[in-house]
Design a protein around this ligand. Sequence first.
Ligand SMILES: [Zn+2]
Length: 474
Amino acid sequence: MRYVKLLVLFTVLNFHVKAQSNLNSEPFSQESIAYVIKNVNVITMTKEKKVIENAMVVIQNNKIASINGAVPNNAKTINGKDKWLIPGLIDMHVHNLASSSPYVMYPTKGPLVNYDTQDLMTLYIANGVTTVFELSARPEHIGQRNEIKRGDVIGPRMALAALIDGKNANMTATNPSDGRQAVRIAKGEQYEFIKVYSNLNEETFKAIIDEAQQQKMKVVGHIPNVYEGKPAKDFFVPHFGLIAHAEELSKQTNDYSEEKAQEFARLAKENGTWLIPNLSNMESIIKQAKSLENIQNLPSFKYVHPLMQSKWITSNSYYGASKELIGYFQKQADFHKLIVKAFKENGVPMVTGTDAGISGIIWGFSLHEELKLLVEAGLTNEEALESATRLGAEWLEIEDKIGTVETGKFADIILLDDNPLENINNTRKISGVFVNGQWIDKDKIDIMLEGIEKWNNANTERYDWKELLNSLQN
Ligand SMILES: [Zn+2]
């Protein structure tokens, strides 16, 4: 029971508990100071796409208390003149580090590596990412969510999907009966979503999705490899709700034509399947394949935990790829842009996701890269923002709580120095972030980031990926 309540408070809800929740009576953090942002331009990101100029926005008790309404006497003022307010961003595809043994090969050994949860979460907050969807959720992530919920850590809301695959996964299923059982276990362990993965066989894939529907859990994931070369209509299974990368589609075919992209989009539309294009990942893979300097020189690389710095450099799975393979990646990347265009034309919703945590994809920072690429692929600035705010909230079914700047929503909002509707790169010009009503201004963000950089520099020697793997084998 305690568990259910906790989920409710944290608003990463599944549909059952939603109706019973009474979020107004129990704000989950201690923050009770009222703030007023004066003279700010509000990009609400509501369906009507309303922009309210020169507005006064009051934040109180974790929520947006009013827009152009009464201001409490004791409210702290934030000057919003010539600034822009947008909803906090949502990354719908992340992999958070968490204290554990890599690959969880020997869970009984306990964690071999301990991470400071705040240092991990700061990267999201510094970038205005206030909600993330963990697509390979483990018990440790539930622990992280609790740390955030208790107020020990400032971090994003976390939605959790339990991953089921045909081999080498936390949950493995090779037949429909085991697949259904895995879904029920995930449900019992309080994960809200199911992620299907590449090595499932066809019958098990279908059974998992069917069982998830019965358990009222939405399904995100990969398209299993067994579908390669088969008709696309076969893998658009009813209730398969969200494709985790455009690459899942490009893997299924050698036909990288506009017609093929249109066919995928039509089938997705008919089946109600949304898409995470995840363009940034493929671009990064191409860069890594060519040179490791392309990762090392990223301005945010210094904020990556030293163990991951070591892994990404010494055990990079892409670096050294053949010319042919790089050519193939490039063809895929080009096709992914056609896919984005086709999905847009067919009115299939797309949500931003970056695969943060994969080599070269740095938590928080990657979301801005994704936004830029989506615009390059043909979305308007507004459509890109929509995919990173309201639409993600809709897919997660928490759109009544976050995703827009509206009275009554949780105060997950970003104050920007310039208008992102004019230039999508302006999402990077962060003046401050409200995370669940807690104000973190640019100065504080910079201090937090500096702290991470310092710690990383001082501890680089202690972490060696290859050594760690060797120690696991002994
Ligand atoms: Zn992933």
